[in-house]
Design a protein around this ligand. Structure first.
Ligand code: FES
Length: 99
């Protein structure tokens, strides 16, 4: 095992888990928009020249499915829930601060 410095200033993990027909909802299933949110965030990070500083990463289930779509920010431990693709602009604005 080898340790190395974290390569990004901020990483946003966006749940894109999709489970259809289960007992619980999922962030990217049933039209809830988790995947569209991820794609919007990635496009905005690229458009603003934040690649290499901000990483938007796909995540599996974060286990707060009922509150989703969910995202988790590292470092900082901020949890964002009830997200929509239309929130992407405001989220990237926040990520761009204090880099
Ligand atoms: S499916 Fe996203 S938190 Fe469970």
């Amino acid at each position: 095992m080898e340790n190395q410095p974290v390569p990004f200033r901020k990483t946003l993990f966006v749940c894109t888990n999709s489970r259809e027909g289960g007992e619980r909802p999922s962030c990217a299933g049933g039209g809830r928009g988790g995947l569209e949110l991820l794609e919007s965030l990635k496009a905005l990070v690229k458009a603003r020249g934040l690649k290499g500083k901000v990483r938007v990463a796909r995540s599996g289930c974060l286990d707060l499915c009922e509150k989703g779509p969910n995202a988790f920010l590292y470092p900082g431990g901020e949890w964002l829930c009830g997200l929509k693709a239309s929130d992407a602009e405001a989220i990237v604005e926040r990520l761009a601060k204090d880099l």
